[in-house]
Structures are given as C-alpha cells and as structure tokens.
Design a protein around this ligand. Structure first.
Ligand code: MET
Ligand SMILES: [Zn+2]
Length: 768
C-alpha cells in the first residue's frame, strides 16, 4: 500500500487562534496555562483534521509557539547567557529570544531573524558560542508532543531539524568566532539520545529535515552528512526509522551525499518545484530505501492536478515498486493558509481552483489511494479534479488575449530610458531645482488609528466613497503641511489610502483575487494574507493618479508618485503556477508602466517604484538560475519605468542592506535615485558604490525606522559624514531607511527635523 504523508501543518488555526492567544499572553490578558492549553487544543485539532482526512503519516513537533527553529535552542540547551541569566520561565525565555524582552529591569533584544529559504516565513537564527556546550532538554518537546498525540490515539511522525541544517543555518553569536559546523561532533550525541527517547516513547518513524541539501553547500557542510548520519544510523533497531526530508529545490548537485545516507529509511524530495530530479534521486537510493514523493504543493494555494501528480508517483513506482514510494506534500504546509472553507466571499469559479492545508490533506490521501488501488477507487474525485483543472485552464479569467498581444509586442527598446543618466539629470535639474543633499521620505507617513477607522468604515459601506475621499484629502493636506513645516525637499502624499503596498495595487488590477481568512505565518505571531494572482494582469484604470495629483496641487514642492514594483507585487502574492513567474512579472510591469506614464502626464515629475522584494526572489542556488532571475526581474523593473521622458526622475527603494552580491542588479535598474536601508549597517558597505563607480544618486537611510527612538542631529551628521567617505556630496540624498507607517507622529516629526537640519548643515558646508 502506498502511504500518504504530510511534512508539517500550519499551526495558527482556522481563525489565527494561536496568534490571538500568544498576543493575549504577551499583553498579560491570559495566563501561561491558558496559552499552553490553547497550544494543546490546536495541536490536537490539527492532528484530528489529518487523521479524519485519512492521512497515514501525520507530523508532530511541527507546532511552535514562535518558530520551530527557535524550539531547537531549548531542545539543545543553546540559549545565550544574556537570556538564561534571568532564570525566566522557559516559555518567557523562549519569547525573549524570539522577540526581545523589556520588562521589570530586563532589557534584552531578540535573536536575529531571517527568511526561511526563499519563503516569506522567518526563522530565528541558531546563535552559538565559541565554547558551546549542548544539553538535551529534560523533557524534549518532540517526545512530549509525540506522547500527547499518542494519548489522543494518534501515532505521529515527529519532525526535527537535522544536525547539518541546524548548524549550517546557525551563526556565531556576536563577538564569537566559532564556525558552527565544527560543533557537529559535540551536537550529534544529543540527536542520538533524542532519537532513542523517541523510539522508547513509541515513535517508529521520525522525519529529519535537511533542507540545506538544496543549496550549493560549502564543502564542510556537505562533508558533515556522512559522520552525522553514520552516527544516527548506527542506532539501528534502537532508533526509529528516519525519513530525511529536503524541499524547495533539487538535490541533484549534492547527489553524492545520498551514498552516505543509505542506512536511512526514506528520502523525501520536492517534486513540485523540481520534478526532473526524480530519476537521479531514484538511481541514487539504496536497494531498500523508500522515496517520499512530494507532489502536493506546500508553498502555494492551487488545487493539485491529480492526473499530473499521479503520473509523477506512478513513474516512481515503476522504478521502485509500490512498497517503496510514499505520497507526500512537497514541504511543510506551514506556508499555506488553514482552510478554504473559511472563504465565504470568493466567487465560486475561482474558489474551485484552490486548496489550502485542510484540503491538501485530502489530496495526498486521494493520490495515494489512486496509485494503490487504481484510479477506479477514486473515480469521482479524479473526475471532479479534472473538470476543475480544465475549467481553470480555459477560463476567461486566466486568459486575456489583449494582455498576451501586448506582451508579444514588447520590444527591447521599451526597457531603456531615452537618454543616459547625465542627460536625464540635466533635464531633471531644470524642473526640480533641488539643493545639495535633497531630503525626502520613503512614502508612507504614520497610519494613525483614525486612518484605520475610516478605512474600515469605508470597506463596510458605513461611509460613502465621496466621504472617504474627502477624508483622504484631509490626510494628504495634513502631511503636506507637516512636510512644509519640516522643510523637506521632495514631498510624498503619505499613502493614507493604502492598506498594504501590494494589496492596494492588486485590488486595482484585473487578474488578482483576495481572501478574507487566508493568513500564513510570517514570523512569530505575525501573519500575512497574500493576494492571489489567478489570471492575466492588466490595469483597467489609473490606480494612484488621483491622490498624487491632488497632493501636487496643494504644494509648490516636487511631489513624488509612489508605486510598488512588479517583482514586489509578484513576490508578496501567491503567484500562478500555470505560467512562468517572468510572464506574470512582465504583465505587472506593463500595468505599472501605464501608471508611471499617467503620473508623468498628470505633472508628477518624481516617481518612486519600490522593489523591497527584489532580492528575496533570488534563487537559492547561485549560477545560471540566479542570472536568469535577475535578467527578467531587472527587465520588469525597467519596463515599468522606462516609458517616461528624461525630465522625469525615477526613484527606487530597497529596504535591506545586503546589496554587495547584488550590486549589479541594483545598478542595472538604471533608476535616477536609489534609497536603501543602511542606518544599522556599517557605512563601509557603501564602498561597493565607489569600487563600481556608481554614477547615479543614492540615499542610504540615515536613521532606523523600526524603533520609536529619535536619532539626534549629531548622530545623523556622523552617519552622513561616514557616507561621504564613499559617496560624493553631489550624489547623496537624505532619507530614512524605509516608510514611516508604523511610527507615531511625535517621533516622526522629531526624527525628520534632525534629518533636515543635518542635511542643511552639509548643504551649507559643501556649497561654499
Ligand atoms: C517595505 S518598503 C515600503 C515602501 C513604501 N513606499 C512605504 O513607504 O511604506
Ligand atoms: Zn522599505
């Protein structure tokens, strides 16, 4: 019999129950016991959902109150002393590492959090010491959760992060120099101990995630697999059977590692992302080893095409036989929303195309049954599925001939500005007349409670569109007045009308749909609800011109139009899986190009196209895949911005500072002005701009907007002074790191006052 399996289930619950409980606990509104009980309730509910769906292999220890990687800190006793010294309750210590703690004389920042591979989930980086000791928790969470499920009559497969991935994803603590992978020998005994404990508790199977196998691994990490799994495998019958799971990429480039993993029970691979790796992996399996075939997408919300998925599994069965294949989700389902059943407002046509975690649980079961008993056993499901797949493929919503025709007519010239930067700059100076060290902000001003209340009223129909528009105009008037008082040089309208920088545009484009409950965890208790791209994208009408034009009409200063770029619109949505992402990006680019041209025609001479997600789209592996991505990503940006005349100044914004390995891409965008996050980084990073002789203008953020702390004028001056070591006075702009929507007004005004004064100081210094 071919079994069905799930690699991990989303833990937030149907109505983001975990988020609510966790935040209530942080706000002292519920007790620790209440929170623990809610966690337990959710775990049970999720196991039952999977069991009721008929899933054979159900995960445990996929639950976490904050982050599953952070859980391993407590599991292995790697809690830095700055947290452990307070002797907090373990749960509070855990949250202190995840989100920092400022309370009753304790003031400790969080550990670093970074993106989990190329997903929008963030994990807390394991942070290790030079003399790191490891100690297995007295009551290891994987054992506790296994027993909890067992007590409820459900036998699960505990999930743990493997030693090589744990150490490869780890870093030395600040001021420490240890190379984490060198700690392998010390860490391995804990895995052995944990696995024996799991076995003793009754766990026959354990899933060990080693997703780093999809990277271009450093030799040291790659070489760590052999000793690690020799040791783990040596447990033999004393330990559980191990499924080693990889996902989000292929492992063909590391295939030789499999030779050292032949004592493991099974190997899981992602056949949604990389179906082509099947043959290579099958050929490298040991004679009895089982293949866990990830054919149900753990990263996206589309209904699985049963026919295609069954073909993939059959293909594996042909080579291995039915006993050696398991049907699985491609990765944990952490990255998809809980259930489609919560969506009451989607229209029936598109609703039938989606499948969230609960629905995907049924999908693995149907596929497993189809290959075990033959298609007749699930004929009804297969027929319904084929119908829905067919309906999606031929729907007028997916295919817009006008969009396709427009894409076919895109020429190489459309990607380039009319002239090179020096000529453009000369034209821009004529109209903009900006001083040295021009000051500006990144777009949004504080989104006050009042703004949210009015937006809510408008969404619910409690106020008319005209009333809402009046309100927005009043907000714009206010921010214009404030910017006048602050004496900034390039104004913004403040984005009061935008709920979210992607959703706002999605709602004004065809091809997008929106959900009401489809939340996915981004980090800790924070969830996002990405819009879904269902079809060809076009712009029926201008999206931002009204607000920008209004703002420009009430001030003599240059007003910056503000757009979200094509790659960010794509990356922060659930993309289509039926056309390549480059095609979707180009459609977005064409829609935005029209907007840029319309803004210019409306008299907006400065236009910023934000691309904060450009870097995170980089493929996990270097080399060709990266170059290909950068080509289409850069082209999309250029296509969206190059329709204007030389006199229009194009800005772009990136809120991350790791642009060293990425410099060429940013430079290739050919934006007249870049603003980048920089206030927390070493100004030395800016050296790349001299080394590469960057010719255009740039505003490295002069202060951090993530905290309410107000920088002093002197701090900003020092910052600018440092930047001047790398950038010339004539190319430097002054701006914060990012938008100010999460800030309050008092600190915003104070910080911008300091910024403007600092800029004036340098302006004066350099104009003499
Ligand atoms: C995450 S980048 C945000 C840019 C946007 N224009 C803002 O100011 O909010
Ligand atoms: Zn930003």
């Amino acid at each position: 019999m071919v079994q069905s399996s799930i690699l991990g289930f989303p833990r937030m619950g149907r109505l983001r129950d975990l988020k609510k409980a966790t935040e209530a606990y942080w706000a002292d509104k519920i007790s620790r016991d209440d929170l623990l009980a809610e966690g337990k309730r959710l775990r049970l509910e999720h196991w039952k959902i999977q069991k009721d769906a008929g899933v054979d292999v159900i995960p445990s220890n996929d639950f976490a109150f904050y982050d599953q990687v952070l859980d391993h800190h407590q599991l292995f006793g790697t809690i830095p002393e700055r947290y452990s010294k307070y002797n907090l309750n373990p749960l509070d210590e855990y949250f202190a590492m995840g989100r920092g703690l400022q309370k009753e004389g304790i003031d400790v920042p969080s550990l670093e959090m970074v993106k989990w591979f190329d997903s929008n989930y963030h994990y807390v980086k394991p942070t290790l010491q030079d003399n790191q000791q490891f100690k297995l928790a007295a009551e290891p969470k994987p054992v506790a959760e296994f027993l909890e499920a067992k007590a409820a009559g459900i036998i699960t497969r505990p999930v743990i992060l493997g030693p090589v991935s744990f150490l490869t994803l780890a870093k030395a603590d600040r001021d420490q120099t240890v190379d984490p992978i060198t700690l392998l020998e010390k860490l391995l005994p804990l895995y052995v101990e944990l696995l024996s404990k799991l076995k003793a508790a009754g766990a026959e199977d354990v899933q060990i995630d080693e997703p780093v196998l999809v990277f271009d691994l450093a030799e040291k990490s790659k070489a760590a697999f052999k000793p690690a799994y020799e040791k783990i495998g040596a447990l033999g019958a004393e330990g559980p059977r191990i499924t080693l799971a990889t996902y989000f990429g292929d492992i063909v480039h590391n295939i030789d590692v499999l030779a050292d993993l032949q004592n493991l029970h099974s190997i899981h691979i992602d056949l949604v992302r990389n179906p082509e790796q099947l043959d290579t992996v099958v050929a490298a399996l040991g004679p009895k080893q089982i293949l866990s075939a990830g054919v149900v997408d753990g990263r996206n919300i589309w209904k699985t095409n049963f026919k295609a998925a069954i073909e993939k599994v059959e293909n594996a069965i042909q080579k291995l036989g039915k006993d050696r294949v398991i049907v699985a989700t491609s990765s944990s389902l952490l990255h998809v929303p809980h259930t489609l059943a919560s969506e009451k407002t989607l229209d029936a046509e598109v609703q039938d195309w989606f499948s969230f975690a609960v629905e995907k649980a049924t999908e693995v079961v149907v596929i497993a049954k189809a290959v075990t008993e033959g298609p007749a056993a699930v004929r009804e499901q297969l027929e319904a599925n084929a119908k829905s797949v067919q309906a999606r493929a031929s729907s007028a919503r997916t295919n817009d001939p006008a969009v396709k025709a427009r894409q076919a007519a895109v020429t190489p010239e459309m990607h380039n500005r009319k002239s090179a930067f020096p000529e453009r700059y000369a034209e821009q100076t004529k109209t903009l007349k900006l001083p040295l060290f021009p000051t500006t902000t990144i777009g949004s001003f504080p989104q006050t409670k009042e703004i949210r209340i009015q937006r809510n009223k408008f969404t619910k129909g409690e106020i008319t569109p005209a009333e809402y528009e009046k309100f927005i105009e009043k907000e714009i008037q206010e921010v214009v007045k404030i910017q006048e008082e602050l004496d900034l040089d390039v104004f913004v309208h403040g984005e009061p009308e935008r709920n979210d920088m992607v959703q706002y545009f999605g709602e004004r484009l065809t091809g997008y749909v929106f959900t009401t409950h489809a939340w996915v965890q981004s980090y800790g208790s924070r969830c996002v609800r990405p819009p879904i791209i269902v079809g060809d994208i076009s712009r029926p009408a201008p999206m931002t011109v009204k607000e920008s034009k209004y703002a420009a009409s009430i001030s003599p200063k240059p007003m910056k139009g503000m757009l979200t770029g094509p790659i960010t619109c794509l990356r922060w949505s659930f993309p289509r899986d039926d056309v390549h992402q480059s095609v979707q990006a180009q459609q977005l680019a064409l829609a935005l190009r029209d907007e840029v041209v319309d803004l210019e025609a409306a008299g907006i001479a400065v236009i910023q196209v934000d691309e904060p997600a450009l870097r995170e789209g980089l493929p996990l592996r270097t080399g060709e895949a990266r170059a290909a991505y950068l080509k289409w990503a850069v082209d999309s940006f250029k296509l969206s911005t190059a329709g204007v005349t030389d006199g229009t100044q194009i800005h772009s914004h990136f809120c991350y500072s790791e642009f060293q390995d990425f410099f060429y891409a940013i430079a290739a965008l050919d934006a007249d002005v870049l603003s980048i996050e920089n206030s927390k980084s070493d100004a030395k990073l800016l050296k790349v701009f001299i080394d590469e002789a960057y010719p255009r203008h740039i505003g490295p953020g002069v202060y951090d907007i993530h905290s309410p702390r107000v920088p002093t004028e002197q701090e900003i001056k020092d910052r600018i002074e440092e930047m001047l070591a790398y950038l010339s006075p004539s190319q430097l702009w002054c701006n914060p790191d990012c938008g100010l929507k999460t800030r309050g007004w008092p600190e915003t005004k104070a910080a911008l006052t300091a910024m403007v004064n600092a800029a004036k100081y340098f302006r004066q210094k350099y104009s003499q």
